[in-house]
Design a protein around this ligand. Structure first.
Ligand SMILES: [Zn+2]
Length: 280
């Protein structure tokens, strides 16, 4: 069944657990995530980014997710990831999303608070949860602007309480050394900062860019109050690697596209399953 982000994350936080949020772009990715969660009888978050609106209409994604997930016994939140435009948020909510992220992280604090508060009032009026972001990471596609100093973008503890209290958000995404895309080396997370932010913010904390963060770091982050773990790159690039291997092994002319998709789907589902097991 579909439920809100707020219900999933508050329950997870109480149990000192986290729920995995996995990015989906089409039918195969949705099935890969839902099948893994259903096998493990685990709640799960399906994330569809504003940046994917050109790949698939948000209304179609919502219809597929509702059709697949409504009859299931597990709890699923359908979440709009990294939305910067109110019109995207309005479209997602109208389509049936149960949760939205407003990403005002590049704005000055006061403007981020003002705009996030507006979105929260808009979304809460129709029972939809809102995730906000404080601190600045690199681009969602894993690229980094020239000269961007990630450490300068770390979430500041003193801003966290002001942002949460000033907006009424349900979950707070933070920047503490995590980044989108593929890490160059082993990432370092500022756990002391994360601990202070989690205490100051009181709402469940969200960690973006978890592909490539060592498992024990993720577990420690969860113990400090992180209740939502975002995974995108590892699933997407893993599917491409699997497709490459599959094509190298299967060179016959009559190879079918649907066979390739099925293989990639199984690979993605196995990655999702690994993360869900890590978090439970
Ligand atoms: Zn993100």
């Amino acid at each position: 069944m579909l439920t809100t982000l707020s219900i999933l994350l508050n329950a997870a936080k109480q149990e000192k657990k986290a729920v995995g949020a996995f990015n989906v772009y089409n039918l195969e990715t949705i099935l890969a995530v839902v099948e893994a969660a259903n096998r493990l009888k685990s709640p799960v978050i399906l994330s569809f980014g504003e940046g994917y609106f050109t790949h698939a209409p948000v209304e179609i994604i919502a219809s597929i997710v509702k059709e697949i997930c409504t009859p299931l016994d597990i709890q699923v939140a359908l979440h709009l990831d990294h939305a910067k435009e109110l019109k995207s948020i309005a479209r997602a909510i109208r389509a049936g999303f149960t949760s939205v992220m407003y990403d005002g992280s590049a704005l000055p604090l006061s403007e981020n608070i003002q705009k996030t508060k507006y979105i929260v009032e808009y979304a809460h009026a129709v029972g939809v949860s809102v995730e906000g972001e404080l601190g600045y990471m690199n681009n969602e596609d894993g690229t980094c602007e020239e000269g961007l100093d990630l450490e300068k973008g770390y979430t500041r503890v003193q801003d966290a309480a002001a942002y949460v209290n000033g907006t009424g958000i349900d979950a707070l995404a933070v920047a503490v050394g995590n980044a989108h895309g593929i890490y160059k080396g082993t990432p370092t997370l500022d756990f002391a900062r994360l601990d202070e932010i989690a205490r100051a913010a009181t709402v469940p904390i969200v960690l973006h860019g978890c592909s490539g963060i060592p498992d024990d770091y993720i577990k420690k982050a969860v113990s400090l109050g992180v209740a939502k773990i975002n995974v995108n790159t590892e699933i997407s690039t893993g599917a491409v690697m699997a497709a490459r291997e599959f094509l190298a092994k299967n060179t016959e002319k009559g190879l079918r596209f649907e066979t390739l998709l099925m293989d990639a789907r199984h690979t993605m589902s196995a990655t999702v399953e690994r993360f869900i097991k890590l978090l439970s």
